[in-house]
Design a protein around this ligand. Structure first.
Ligand SMILES: [Zn+2]
Length: 274
């Protein structure tokens, strides 16, 4: 390349800097946390202190380890909307949908407070159709317990049974260790069983669920259960013995809603369906 050519293509230094400044993305675009530029530390003249994002990352990691999914991160008591529950429809005489939801919310808060005091709290059983808010309440309980340093475990029952099944099928190099999966559920200080009964029923599933409930009842370890089945249907799916354990361990609450809360909040999908 000739000397003359090179001089022509390299812009003046000043121009080059202007060009870079224009194209440089902001900290907001580059870093997850623009405050500390993802270092986890805020440095000032007084010294360095941990950035709040580190606490947030730790909090999220604990939630994932406990079984709470990213889609559940907004589920907390403060976000539980009683207004979604009809005040003019009745679960039973003298109790509107909204009053029933309020009772369930209060019981959830009382449960968390009792666990926080180290008391052997009575379990909770939330019954409701798809989208009635029962998973929302159960995930909120798990989140509040984690905040208080109580190692709650959140299990989606059909997924849990699937993992147990995998642990049999793929013994060699399997990621699923049956004893580990079962023990995490057996010994959790508080166990949340989400969507119980939303799985196929077989002597094997009946035996696994019974083992779990019976062990926890005998160990006085509380369970929070959500299901879309009425007690009679659940007893049919899981057997009378498991059903009687649930009655002994848990107080029952009914969440009723005219329609699915999730579609009411509007995801954009329902507009396409019309
Ligand atoms: Zn930060």
């Amino acid at each position: 390349m000739s000397e003359l050519h090179r001089i022509q293509v390299v812009p003046a230094t000043e121009e080059l800097f202007l060009y870079l400044a224009d194209a440089a993305p902001s900290d907001r675009q580059v870093y997850t946390c623009p405050q500390c530029r993802d270092t986890g530390w805020l440095v000032s003249e007084e010294g360095a202190r941990p950035c709040a994002c580190g606490q947030q990352a730790l909090r999220l990691r604990k939630r994932r380890l406990a079984g709470l999914k990213a889609a559940m991160d907004d589920m907390c008591f403060a976000n539980f909307e009683l207004n979604y529950y009809a005040a003019d429809r009745y679960v039973q005489p003298g109790c509107t949908y909204r009053q029933a939801a309020d009772k369930a919310l209060r019981a959830a808060r009382v449960f968390v407070a009792a666990c926080g005091r180290g008391e052997a709290a009575r379990g909770l059983y939330f019954e409701g159709a798809l989208g009635s808010g029962k998973t929302f309440l159960a995930a909120s309980i798990a989140g509040e317990l984690l905040k208080r340093g109580i190692a709650a475990r959140f299990i989606v029952v059909p997924e849990f049974l699937q993992q147990l099944r995998f642990s049999y099928q793929e013994r060699e190099g399997s990621d699923y260790d049956e004893a580990a999966i079962m023990n995490q559920a057996l010994d959790a200080p508080v166990l949340i069983l989400d969507d119980l009964g939303a799985h196929n029923s077989s002597p094997w599933t009946i035996s696994k669920i019974y083992t779990l409930l019976n062990y926890r009842l005998n160990s006085r370890l509380p369970c929070v259960i959500t299901t879309n089945l009425k007690p009679a249907a659940l007893a049919e799916e899981l057997g009378q013995r498991a059903a009687s354990r649930m009655r002994e361990m848990c107080d029952r609450f009914i969440l009723s809603i005219g329609e699915d809360i999730r579609s009411r909040k509007g995801s954009g999908w329902q507009n396409d369906e019309r």
